[in-house]
Design a binder for this molecule. Structure first.
Ligand code: NOJ
Length: 558
């Protein structure tokens, strides 16, 4: 397999709004990130994925862009951006930008023009349709509740918005749109950035028949078969690759809702014709249910193993995996798959990290994950800021689909705002995030869970992540080895091996709060095993082991 830096890297995602506020306005900013660059160097990451910092009215916290070449005032200036980029590069850290080009803001000048008249030169930059029988052009729902179509008085037509009504979808069928996007990407590459994380890139090509979708419990139709992995998406990405990506040395990762392994082989094939890797969602959707993601079901470990193993094995040698538990759209993993009680928070956070970081692919760490940050105890609906969560609360409770108390419980468990509470730097006011009033509540557990405390303690989650990152740099098998799942039917243990030529690793993770018996698999002998990392102070392997609650250990065969 060809060796490349992005296969060997560990990526760290920053959600700038919640990272570090340098000017006391309660909102994180670029200078705050620059201030913390040494922290990231100490952690050992190679790449920062920066969630959007462009000008935006912030209907969806920057994922609604009104100027692709300008910096959001709250985050600073272009000079601040350049300083941050230089500070990262001086430390050997690369910067990957969020590229949000499925849609723009409705305040983007293209859309402002587009909605003016049916013959405006920018009309065809977006997707405009006539209504059908006095109703929307089809029955598609928006991802953020309600219809995906918005009626516009000026011309008496509807525009498509898969996300909020302030996020109109761009019309990628229009060659001029593609050219504008590619030119803008080129402009950023010329500035010296190191790659793109492409927001919902699997959704840019729509089925031009715009058929109704199967009706869901909320009464709207499912757009996914006609939007996700649409008819021309690979053609567009190849065109993007020829025009921009292939000219630079970049990391490219596509956020690909609805992607299957077969599709991923096209998006992220090792031939490099499209992208380096994709974010798939199958493992994150295993606890979804009838009311979409709004429930408090637990993921069945057997299903998790089956899903992740499918991605590990089927992409091996053909395409490249990205590995993640967390991002700005997901609740905190230690509260979801681990155990955030005082007794087990640290151990289970380390176990989850081990399980993910020993797999094949490029790992992503989301800010605060390296501390074992937890979901937040939001007191009421008024404490949430996320458009998806707030809209869903109204949609599901007002339709009588979910009782208000249940919905509040689901929001506390699954809302994206769990990931967006401020980064916990120290035990001073507002967790050292801001001297002002933070735009979203600080998790009150910051007095116990924070960077300063963890840096001072050798057995902290922070130092454990640091070790995992170092291991990836020291052992090529972690990057390039193949993967084999053991004990697929075990409901409690996740055990797998990695293999590269003569080398072998054994990864053992107990996903429960109980001690578990474990016997070494065939071919593994206790006196021929070297421990690489343990979260429970284990040293030697034994042929029959009693695994501690949430124990994780990695052994190399010697
Ligand atoms: C995916 C992003 O990760 C999410 O935060 C955003 O709301 C949607 N795409 C729309 O851009």
């Amino acid at each position: 397999m060809e060796k490349t830096w992005w296969k060997e890297s560990v990526v760290y995602q920053i959600y700038p709004r919640s990272y570090r506020d340098s000017n006391g306005d309660g909102i994180g900013d670029l200078n705050g990130i620059t201030e913390k660059m040494d922290y990231l160097k100490e952690l050992g990451i190679d790449v920062i994925w920066l969630s959007p910092v462009y000008e935006s009215p912030n209907d969806d916290n920057g994922y609604d862009i009104s100027n692709y070449k300008g910096i959001m005032q709250e985050f600073g200036t272009m000079e601040d951006f350049d300083r941050m980029l230089a500070a990262a590069h001086e430390r050997g850290i690369r910067i990957v930008m969020d590229l949000v080009v499925n849609h723009t803001s409705d305040e983007h000048p293209w859309f402002v023009e587009s909605r003016k008249s049916a013959d405006n030169p920018y009309r065809d930059y977006y997707i405009w349709k006539d209504g059908k029988n006095g109703k929307t052009p089809n029955n598609w729902s928006s991802c953020f509740s309600g219809s995906a179509w918005e009626y516009d008085d000026t011309t008496g037509m509807y525009y498509l918005h898969i996300f909020s009504r302030k996020q109109p979808d761009l019309n990628w069928e229009n060659e001029q749109v593609r050219r504008e996007v590619f030119d803008m990407m080129d402009w950023w590459c010329q500035k010296g950035i190191d790659g793109f994380r492409m927001d919902v890139i699997s959704m840019i090509s729509k089925d031009q028949a715009y058929p109704d979708g199967a009706v869901k419990e909320n009464g709207y139709g499912d757009y996914s078969p006609y939007v996700c992995n649409g008819p021309r998406v690979h053609e567009y990405l190849r065109e993007m690759n020829r025009n921009v990506l292939s000219k630079y040395d970049l990391l490219t990762v596509g956020e690909c809702a609805g992607v299957t392994v077969e599709e991923a082989k096209k998006y992220a094939g090792l031939d490099g014709a499209e992208l380096n890797m994709v974010f798939q969602f199958e493992h994150m959707n295993l606890d979804g249910g009838e009311t979409f993601k709004w429930n408090d079901q637990k993921i069945d470990l057997r299903e998790l193993k089956q899903t992740l193993s499918k991605w590990q094995n089927e992409l091996y040698g053909k395409a490249w995996n990205s590995l993640y538990w967390c991002n700005h759209d997901q609740p905190r993993i230690v509260s979801r798959l681990g155990n955030d009680s005082d007794a087990y928070r640290e151990t289970s956070a380390k176990m989850l990290a081990t399980c993910l970081h020993m797999m094949q692919g490029t790992p992503y760490i989301y800010q605060g994950e390296e501390l074992g940050m937890t979901n937040a105890p939001f007191p009421s609906l008024q404490d949430f800021r996320d458009i998806e969560s707030i809209n869903a609360y109204h949609e599901y409770t007002e339709n009588g689909l979910v009782a208000p108390d249940d919905m509040m419980r689901y929001l506390r468990y699954k809302s994206r705002d769990n990931a967006r509470t401020p980064m916990q730097w120290d035990d001073s006011a507002n967790a050292g995030f801001s001297t002002g009033t933070p735009w979203i509540m600080v998790n009150p557990n910051y007095t116990r869970i924070n960077v300063q405390e963890q840096q001072s303690r050798e057995d902290s989650v922070f130092h454990y992540y640091q070790k995992l990152i170092r291991l990836r740099k020291a052992y090529r098998i972690i990057v390039y080895g193949s993967y084999e799942l053991l004990l697929p039917e075990d409901p409690d243990l996740y055990v797998y091996t990695r293999n590269l030529d003569e080398e072998k690793l054994l990864v053992i993770c107990n996903f429960t709060a109980e001690a578990k018996d474990f016997c070494l698999p065939n071919g593994w002998e206790a006196d021929r095993m070297k421990l690489l990392i343990s979260n429970c102070g284990r040293s030697e392997a034994e042929s029959a082991m009693k695994l501690m609650p949430y124990e994780a250990a990695v052994y190399q065969m010697i």
